[in-house]
Design a protein around this ligand. Structure first.
Ligand SMILES: *[C@@H]1O[C@H](CO)[C@@H](O)[C@H](O)[C@H]1NC(C)=O
Ligand SMILES: *[C@@H]1O[C@H](CO)[C@@H](O)[C@H](O)[C@H]1NC(C)=O
Ligand SMILES: [Ca+2]
Ligand SMILES: [Ca+2]
Length: 368
């Protein structure tokens, strides 16, 4: 959502679909047909130093640039210590029903339910952490897109008053998102914040290309949406959540979500107002933690809301598009605004977007 404001009104509006639906969700109106005048972009004054569009697509290539050589450099740097990468679990391939015939948010393309086969793969049991991302950056000198652009989107509720005062822009349809100068993975809540006390939290403010770069460096890749959803379901059939149909079985919290009234009051009944250290919540049937909640997770698929009902084998989504699929919802999700912490739920961002609730995890075909 960040970059588009400077490019075209139309893209901005597409982005607002994200903004509105990401946190607006079930209660907000679909805004697909929204015109430029109502999309709020005219109020956004971004500094004119605009990267050409081509640049942001070129930056999808860091993946290649940072993979092999960087990996060798890392091995030198860490000697025998390979603990920096997340542990992976085998996700045994098989058939499953992807999507749902009872979509909570039909505009997101949650349906129809459709038979899909995915081959076996390995998946990281946790979201990629700040520390892991730092290891990658130390080894490669990688600079994230948010660092290059000089800003990123931060949820208003986690900004300091002094930073908030300096900001006059907002996304009209989702005023709790503020573009903050100096916000990036090192400064997740804005320039006066840091990751010292959250090295074990999910890395945030990473664009799709940043996520791809990290995974390639680790000799891994992003999951397809089908792989991600199959993994999310943890072997259960046709359930809402990775653990079943009840949000809080026996009063327990199984994911870091939002309790209270979004966006004004977060009661943090689950113990966390913002992100939590990875693996603070129970794993699903496949051993995956925080597969919903905590941070949204990028997938490799381009976004579409139209799906075939024919049986598919390892689907990889459309061959092109403007947005990438993200899954799982975040610590900002509440049923009233962003009922997207269900396995079938989905949302999208332009690949160069970055925000204070969006991260990723990697997969690979072989155990690494
Ligand atoms: C990255 O480098 C910084 C500065 O040298 C160091 O403090 C930090 O521990 C390193 N992080 C990792 C994960 O290697
Ligand atoms: C990180 O932030 C904390 C407070 O949030 C502060 O005490 C600490 O000095 C900061 N560390 C660095 C390296 O800036
Ligand atoms: Ca929470
Ligand atoms: Ca997650």
């Amino acid at each position: 959502m960040v970059r588009c404001f400077v490019l075209f009104f139309i893209v901005c509006c597409v982005n607002e679909v994200f903004c509105t639906q990401d946190s607006g969700g079930a209660q907000s109106e679909p805004v697909a047909a929204q015109g430029a005048t109502s999309c709020g972009c005219e109020h956004l004054k971004r500094v004119a130093a605009v990267e050409p569009v081509e640049d942001s697509t070129v930056s999808a290539d860091p993946a290649l640039k940072y993979s092999k050589g960087a990996n060798e450099r890392l091995q030198e740097a860490q000697g025998d210590d390979e603990n920096i990468l997340s542990q992976m679990v085998l996700i045994s391939g098989g058939e499953f029903l992807m999507g749902t015939d009872n979509p909570a948010i039909p505009a997101d393309g949650e349906g129809p339910q459709r038979p899909v086969h995915v081959d076996s793969f390995y998946m990281e049991i946790q979201e990629v952490t700040n520390q892991q991302f730092q290891g990658f950056v130390n080894a490669t000198g990688y600079i994230t897109e948010a660092e290059n652009f000089g800003d990123s989107f931060v949820f208003e509720g986690i900004l300091s008053e002094s930073v908030k005062k300096q900001i006059t822009q907002a996304v009209a349809a989702a005023p709790w998102w503020l573009p903050v100068k100096g916000a990036n993975w090192r400064h997740p809540n804005g320039p006066d914040s840091n990751i010292t006390d959250r090295l074990d939290h999910p890395v945030l403010h990473v664009s799709w290309a940043d996520a791809v770069a990290y995974c390639s460096w680790a000799n891994r890749r992003l999951p397809t949406e089908a792989e991600w959803e199959y993994a999310c379901r943890g072997g259960l059939e046709d359930r809402l959540y990775p653990w079943g149909n009840k949000l809080n079985p026996k009063g327990q919290h199984y994911a870091n979500l939002w309790q209270g009234d979004f966006p004004n009051h977060n009661s943090a009944e689950d113990g966390y107002i913002q992100t939590s250290p990875v693996m603070s919540f129970p794993a699903n049937g496949f051993g995956l933690h925080d597969i919903v909640g905590n941070a949204w997770e990028w997938t490799s698929d381009w976004w579409t809301v139209h799906h075939t009902t024919e049986h598919q084998q390892n689907p990889i989504g459309p061959s092109s598009g403007t947005d990438k699929v993200k899954k799982g919802g975040s610590y900002m999700c509440h049923k009233s605004y962003c009922y997207r912490y269900r396995c079938a739920a989905r949302s999208q961002n332009t690949p160069d977007s970055a925000a204070s609730n969006l991260g990723f995890r990697c997969v690979s075909q072989e155990k690494r």
